[in-house]
Design a protein around this ligand. Structure first.
Ligand code: SF4
Ligand code: SF4
Length: 451
């Protein structure tokens, strides 16, 4: 069988042997939760609560203009509504909850055994598609790109979940479990620990979208540990597991589709929808199951905290809005006073200047690098080796784009196709001259932290 792969890409050391074996553990509730109300690009929630209101876990606390809800991930009192640190930029208007002690979050990995029993029957798959869709939207299920550390150019979480008007009717749902960022292993752990629920979420999504086929895309070097997933799909003719080339950035939707032989433009939202394929993250697929079978809103997510700058790497189930500092403390803290904290993976994540920002629905993980051990390649002149072009999955010539941008010719950079850049960072990773290509293409406000 032909190897399922895409053009370009790189093979950074995967460093997953440690994090893939760490069972998911539940983070205790912190004293305070922060829920950003402004989520670039373009999503804005309007609060439906006020400062001083007492609220319960699962209650709706804000909605977008078209009604998409944001739920409280714990009980407590609204302590403030105002600007707070935000992982994608300096600050965003946010709701701040002072968490009360008496009630917690109505979910957690400890309930896994009970869920297996509850979800073992098929009755939910017989409900009308429109009822299922309504439950998923009411639960605030949103989808995000895996690994990138920021939402991937999709304007509205409602549209993310199930676009109401695709140009081509969807025929296939693909669960994107490629997780090609080094160190991150939260999707892998969910596939190991909650495989039956993920398969149910995939089948529910197929029913909602009218798709006849479902696939779960996993890296081909990951076959061994996924016994429970293979067992869960064994008797299902409409669902299969796809083993794709594990190179980076295989988790990117455009790269994933290319691995399936479907070429799409690298830029623009919902590339799969244009080919009749609904691509959905592992987290969103589980959230569909929870929404339909338990009326449970999307108020937690699983993240990996990894890297040589953190004492005890872990896979954590975290209430949304938890300050990153609480996750770091739960992992034993930083190994030194000079670390680089990255929101997401080391390849495409965003460096943070502070750990005060909260975990959000699109936080796939945190990477902490010990600044003392990071060899910094000195930036030298481009030698025109072409390695950046060879590895670019979008088919660009990054060295040419860089030259145009450095000389102030953004018009020529646009003609060269910079809009198709998927921010994967492969060009920066491969460059022998230490050129910070992706940082020049997409400047970010923060650039490292000192703990
Ligand atoms: S990889 Fe680096 S040195 Fe080689 S062409 Fe690209 S920018 Fe120039
Ligand atoms: S130019 Fe963009 S898409 Fe191409 S390798 Fe660099 S970051 Fe990735």
């Amino acid at each position: 069988m032909a190897r399922l792969t895409f053009r370009g890409g790189v093979h950074p050391p995967r460093r997953k042997s440690e994090t893939q074996t760490l069972a998911i553990t539940e983070l205790p509730l912190p004293d305070q939760l922060i829920w950003p109300l402004e989520v670039p690009p373009g999503t804005r929630f309007l609060p439906v609560v006020q400062k001083g209101d007492r609220i319960r876990a699962g209650q709706i606390v804000a909605r977008t203009a078209d009604g998409f809800p944001l739920h409280a991930s714990a009980s407590g009192t609204i302590a403030a509504i105002g600007p707070r640190p935000y992982p994608g930029g300096p600050e965003a208007r946010s709701l701040v909850l002072r968490v009360s002690e008496e009630t917690g979050v109505p979910d957690g990995p400890g309930a896994a055994g009970r869920r297996e029993t509850e979800h073992g029957h098929e009755s939910f798959l017989e409900k009308p598609a429109e009822e299922l869709r309504r439950r998923v939207l009411e639960a605030g299920v949103t989808d995000t790109a895996a690994g990138a550390g920021f939402p991937e150019g999709r304007p509205n979480p409602t549209a993310n979940a199930f676009p109401s008007g695709p140009r081509v009717p969807n025929h296939t749902v693909v669960v994107n479990a490629m997780e090609s960022e080094p160190s991150l292993a939260s999707d892998h752990r969910l596939l190991v620990e909650r495989s039956a629920e993920i398969v149910l979420g995939l089948r529910l999504t197929m029913r909602i979208t009218g798709c006849r086929k479902g696939m779960i895309a996993v890296p081909s070097d990951n076959r061994g540990p996924l016994r429970s997933l293979r067992k869960a799909v064994r008797r299902l003719r409409s669902v299969s597991i796809l083993y794709l080339d594990p190179k980076y950035p295989g988790h990117n939707e455009t790269a994933l589709l290319a691995s399936l032989g479907l070429r799409t433009a690298s830029s623009g939202s919902n590339p799969g929808g244009k080919k009749g394929v609904h691509v959905q993250s592992v987290t969103a697929t589980l959230a569909v199951t929870d929404a339909v079978t338990r009326d449970l809103p999307q108020i937690r997510r699983v993240i990996t905290v990894a890297g040589n700058g953190i004492r005890n790497p872990r896979n954590l189930s975290v209430p949304l809005g938890t300050p990153i500092s609480a996750c770091v403390s739960a992992c034993g803290g930083y190994v030194s006073d000079k670390v680089l904290l990255i929101h997401g993976g080391p390849m495409a994540g965003v460096a943070l200047s502070s750990d005060a920002a909260p975990v959000t629905a699109w936080t796939t993980g945190l990477t902490v690098l010990d600044g003392r051990d990071q060899p910094v390649l000195p930036e030298t002149a481009c030698i025109r080796c072409g390695r950046c072009s060879d590895c670019c999955p979008a088919g660009l010539a990054p060295y040419r784009i860089e030259a145009f941008l450095r000389s102030g010719r953004e018009d020529l950079a646009r003609l060269e196709g910079i809009a198709s850049c998927i921010r994967c960072g492969s060009c920066t990773y491969i460059c022998p001259a230490g050129r910070p290509l992706v940082r020049i293409f997409h400047p970010v406000p923060a650039s490292g932290r000192e703990a």
